[in-house]
Unconditional design. Sequence first.
Length: 363
Amino acid sequence: MAASGYYLDVNLLNMTPDDAEHRVAAWVAEQGAPPYRVDQIVPRLWARPIGAWDDATDLPRALIAGLEQWSPILRLERQAHQTSADGTVKFLWRLPDGLSVESVWIPEGKRRTLCISSQVGCAFGCVFCATGRMGFERHLEPWEIAGQVRELALDPAFGKPTNVVFMGMGEPLHNWDGVDAALTILNDARCLGIGARHITVSTVGILPRLAQLAARREQFRLAISLHAATTERRMAIMPIEKKYPIDRLVRSLEAFARRVTFEYVLIRGANDSLADAEALARIAAPLGALVNLLPLHPGGAPGLEPTSGAQTRRFARRLRELGVKATLRRSRGLDISAACGQLRVETEASASRPRMTVTSSSS
Ligand code: SAH
Ligand code: SF4
């Protein structure tokens, strides 16, 4: 990933730790400062983050001023946050160019999961998804992705999450370069130090990128947004099926020695019959995949209805009878519409900011 990005000539926050260490070492030498300054500067990026170089009180003033000039610390501005009755908190971040993305904080016992975005909008147009309806605006830079975690680590009311899932706005594997670098920053002990098994990448299955993700040595967790188990059914709700159909997706998953989770949003009449459950079992059982059944979040999908509770239970029972491990996920933060892309839609509709208008008919 380029050291600069959209905003700066040099952005240390966009660099993987090896690159950042090299660049800082060279810069420190240029300044005529002693080499130990590198170990005071680099951890301030991610491991012991600060809001601005000014807060690096162990550095001399001249170095602070120099850092501010050379590679200022960019921030995501907290534009809005909403707290749900169940403790879920949804954040809307304003990026330096005025666009915005969201993250969702989900506390559950000792676990604190942060759901993060990888793009502004999304190009893949799944019919049930609010982000999909916005269309694609741009990829996030590595620092904008990992920065969603950094901002909360900086806030004593939250702190560093224990788990991170790429289930916010955007398709992470479409932004492979950005996500590849962000994964390193999230996981590396010199940066945020979140264990690979606590980081989940959720994708509709862009196969060449999936192979690149699987080729990384860290055991990042993989969630596949399947949502239908036959090409005919999936094509009706997920345009990606045309390019990377289920049979090819399954063949690539067979090739990874990695346990996967299938995400399956139940939509009335579209994918929720017992025959659908049986087709899903034929794919999931041989792979040993876990199926995560999700209620359709109504805000994301005008015209679509969630499956009833009774049918959801029948669907789950059928899967289990066929030897598939299935979990029924409750919808968190329903009262604040904490699903893919929805806070942004609401805020923008009420703020009527022209440059952030949502296109409701795209893809
Ligand atoms: N683009 C990636 C990651 C972001 S979407 C992907 O699709 O996997 C994260 C999850 O939210 C996906 O499983 C997606 O299908 C799901 N989702 C999107 N809209 C939803 C809605 N209206 N109700 C419930 N889940 C939804
Ligand atoms: Fe994009 Fe994922 Fe939404 Fe599909 S579900 S439109 S891939 S964000």
